[in-house]
Design a protein around this ligand. Structure first.
Ligand SMILES: O=C(O)C(=O)C[C@]1(C(=O)O)C=C[C@@H](O)C=C1
Length: 269
């Protein structure tokens, strides 16, 4: 079986290797150019690993949108990685343009601003490093992992260039089903829904259902419904509890036009 992720040297590849330590069975890592390509491949079978949230920059909105779009794909597991970015290239003093993934560029925004560099966004940090390596252009620099610098034989010109300490990204394992070797104690549930009416207290009625059952929400987020300006869908993550999930969903359905369970899954360290 295959497990799809972003190219060699990306942080997503690192997360994939960590997931594989917990997964039962033989999987070959297959590299895709974008998060969209990973979802498309996984919809035909196998597993995938994609980033979903970063502690500095927030949600990876493409992942959120695709989880809704690809109805046959579920979240099967979650883990977080410490993210330490590096400036990669030839000569720091000659750099004029910095290339990287939009999330990585955003996580190093102050650092880039301080140096007055122009920025260019590409599909992954590893692709950025590859472009710099293949161009042999000293005016270019990339932001990426230590592994990507090694893989493309480029120098690390600066380490830990993220703007805030404790930079972490959450990654999810996606697919139809999986078997784990061992299971952690912590489980989470992710749901997405649209409120029935835009009226005072509409979201309160949803939150009340969780509060009354003493369920801890770990994230609440809205995204445009893409139907009209000012209309939203909501993503909620909550800690799995002894409460009956079907019963919770039934109680939420009273207030929503649609509600999907994106996954009920273990959270690995
Ligand atoms: O380009 C990569 O290396 C990725 O794995 C993507 C990604 C992301 O989209 O958040 C993963 C972790 C970091 O937050 C920066 C980039």
């Amino acid at each position: 079986m295959n497990i799809y992720t972003l190219p060699k040297g990306t942080y997503s590849e690192k997360a994939t290797k960590k997931f594989l330590e917990y997964i039962d069975g033989d999987y070959n890592i297959k590299y895709c150019n974008s998060i969209y390509d990973i979802f498309e491949s996984v919809s035909n079978g196998g597993l995938g690993v994609v980033p979903i949230e970063n502690s500095i920059e927030g949600s990876v909105s493409l992942t959120q949108d695709l989880l809704l779009q690809f109805k046959n794909i579920k979240i099967l597991g979650e883990l977080s990685l410490d993210i330490h970015h590096n400036l990669i290239g030839y000569d720091k003093d000659k750099i004029k343009i910095i290339i990287s993934h939009p999330q990585a560029l955003a996580q190093c925004r102050n650092y880039i601003k301080r140096h007055g560099w122009e920025v260019k966004a590409v599909e992954s940090t590893a692709k950025a490093v590859k472009i710099v390596a293949e161009s042999k252009d000293e005016n270019l620099g990339a932001i990426g992992s230590k592994e990507s610098a090694e893989y493309y034989n480029l120098k690390i010109l600066d380490k830990n260039i993220e703007d805030y300490k404790n930079n972490k990204t959450r990654f999810i394992l996606i697919g139809k089903n999986v078997k784990f070797k061992t299971l952690p104690k912590k489980y989470k549930v992710s749901i997405v829904f649209e409120l029935k009416e835009d009226k005072p207290g509409a979201l309160y009625h949803i939150l009340k259902e969780f509060a009354e059952r003493n369920i801890n929400l770990t994230r609440i987020e809205s995204r445009p419904s893409k139907k009209r300006l000012g209309t939203y869908i909501f993503y909620i993550d909550f800690e799995d509890s002894k409460e009956d999930l079907e019963e919770i969903i039934k109680s939420l359905k009273k207030h929503t036009t649609f509600i999907n369970i994106l996954g009920r899954y273990p959270v690995f360290d």
